[in-house]
Design a protein around this ligand. Sequence first.
Ligand code: ATP
Ligand code: MG
Length: 309
Amino acid sequence: MSVAMQVAAGEARKGHTEFSDELRRMIEKAKNRLVPQQTAGETIPFAAARGELGELFAVFHPQTKLADMVLPAAMQGRMARIVGEHRQMAMLRGHNLHPRQKLLLSGPPGCGKTMTAHALAGELGLPLFVVRLDALMTKFLGETAAKLRLIFDSMEKVRAVYLFDEFDSIGTERGTPGDVGEMRRVLNSFLMLLESYRGTSLVIAATNHGHALDQALFRRFDDLLAFALPTKELLAETIRRRLAMGPVKTTVALAKVAKAAEGLSYAEVVRACDEAIKLLLLEGRSDLKTPDLLLALEERRTFLNRPSI
Ligand SMILES: Nc1ncnc2c1ncn2[C@@H]1O[C@H](COP(=O)(O)OP(=O)(O)OP(=O)(O)O)[C@@H](O)[C@H]1O
Ligand SMILES: [Mg+2]
């Protein structure tokens, strides 16, 4: 548009007013076409629904792959199998079989639940829609159930990976103290929608508190992936990969730092590696050594154990 404007202005300067005027008219016309054709009091259902959906989820186009994740072999295998089932969905459907498509991910923070959703979408070349249920509940108090229905409708139309993150906000056991009517209604409608869902999308719910989840919920999922804090071996591998990606040379005793990292999540360890690299760069040094990383790990621990304010 701005190039066309410049051309029009240039032509006007050269005295080609007729041509310049025609260009300007064309630009005006094109601009009008860009604004939604909406007059007062008139709504366009499709556009409105799209706008509404935009408030309900964040969209990603992940490049993450399963191989980017450090996981116990059994977990890698299960994920690869899910991907395989989705790649061969048409064949399976031909035999009236369905790929595992409703997954529940549980486990402590920073152990790869959200990353798994990204990696599955990345492997399948599908967009990832992330639905934050807590945000949904606060933002649309009283109409969350209706919004959920809208999301499930979209799942029928747009094949993608749908992640219901922070699922705890509705997934906790029905009837626990502090439970409000709204929560119960939302959970019930989620269960019904999930149960009747037969589309081709992958539906993933992630929670920190698998144990607090309702039994009725488990039944509705095709697969349950339980994440755990990484072992020493997995920690060593996480650190090795992260340092290899970084911009500095490293001479680190992996087994030693992995031992020092025990009890921390993948996320914390990745962060400690980044902090150590940053410090090194700021100090103008070029070789990351074991003590640098031990210090960064210690810092993360202190940070995590800080007394509540
Ligand atoms: N299995 C893993 N392999 C490699 N890196 C990991 C793994 N798990 C987590 N990470 C690192 O930690 C970061 C945070 O992980 P992620 O967001 O998946 O945690 P989460 O389990 O969803 O935590 P939360 O419960 O807090 O949402 C990732 O972006 C990644 O850098
Ligand atoms: Mg997460």
